[in-house]
Design a protein. Structure first.
Length: 284
């Protein structure tokens, strides 16, 4: 069964589904029907991986997808659930060795386990929205608590920093593995990851999202720490000094987008607007 679990995880990884090996193994081994197929199917269902098992006749082998799972006979006439991939006229077993169709048909038990990718994607998306909702509620509660702990001036600056941090994370969504059809529609072309240029000679300007992420994160941490220690004035003094760097960066970023590449990155513009709002607050 240990080999079967490894093979299942290989199959799931091929489908871009990643489960914790230890937890998945425990779910299978602790199932009342272990070590039957039912224990495996149930463990997959618990992890929101939509699947189904069907019995296939040998004559229907060509109708199977390019990859699937099935029980095959191994040493000592034992069976293990194998990850099978079609390769021309052969079958690749567990990514390790190939067998021809005749040998494969003589070793399998005609039971095939398949992943319903569309349903799994829908469940994964629903689960992601639920987690996002919980995260949003948590952030809202934290913000309400902070609102009553610091001055309004500091709270607005903190809120803008959090917004800037969010935009920076979204701009680097490829790095963090975030999928957002809405953002993909807003951003287009070479600038979907908020990288103003793929040319390394452009220096820090071509990594605007990276620097923004670090800047806003440091802002949030520093502001919370200094406000808690009663050194709020120190934070804003430092921020005013940083305007010597920030304002030229904003100006050059706008020049670079509007006149050099002649294409605007919406997320970069959003970050710039937040920086300008924070500059206004500092100069009030």
């Amino acid at each position: 069964m240990v080999e079967s679990i490894s093979n299942i995880l290989k199959y799931l990884q091929k489908k871009n589904i990643h489960l914790d090996r230890k937890e998945f193994s425990f779910q299978i081994n602790s199932h009342p029907a272990f070590p039957s197929l039912l224990s495996i199917v149930s463990a997959l269902n618990v992890n929101y991986v939509s699947n189904f098992a069907v019995e296939i006749d040998n004559s229907e082998i060509d109708e199977l997808p390019d990859d699937f799972m099935t029980f095959i006979t191994v040493a000592d006439n034992e069976q293990e659930l194998a990850f099978v991939e079609k390769t021309n006229q052969d079958f690749l077993i567990n990514g390790k060795y190939k067998v021809n169709e005749k040998d494969f048909l003589s070793s399998w038990n005609n039971i095939v386990v398949l992943i319903d990718e569309d349903q799994s994607a829908l469940k994964k998306k629903a689960d992601g929205r639920y987690k996002l909702l919980l995260a949003g509620i948590f952030v809202l509660i934290v913000l309400i608590y902070i609102y009553f702990q610091i001055s309004l001036h500091s709270f607005i600056f903190l809120f803008l920093s959090l917004c800037g941090f969010f935009l920076a994370v979204v701009s680097l969504r490829k790095v963090f593995g975030i999928e957002s059809p809405v953002v993909d529609k807003v951003c287009s072309g070479t600038y979907t990851d908020c990288s103003l240029s793929g040319d390394k000679t452009t220096g820090f300007v071509s990594h605007f999202g990276n620097f923004s992420l670090v800047y806003f994160l440091v802002n949030v941490i520093s502001l919370l720490f200094l406000c808690n220690s009663g050194s709020e004035a120190v934070f804003f003094t430092i921020q005013k000094t940083l305007l010597i760097i920030i304002l030229p960066v904003i100006g050059y970023s706008l020049f670079y987008q509007l006149f050099k590449i002649k294409k605007v990155c919406p997320l970069c513009i959003g970050i710039i607007i937040i920086l300008l709002l924070q500059t206004y607050i500092l100069l009030m």
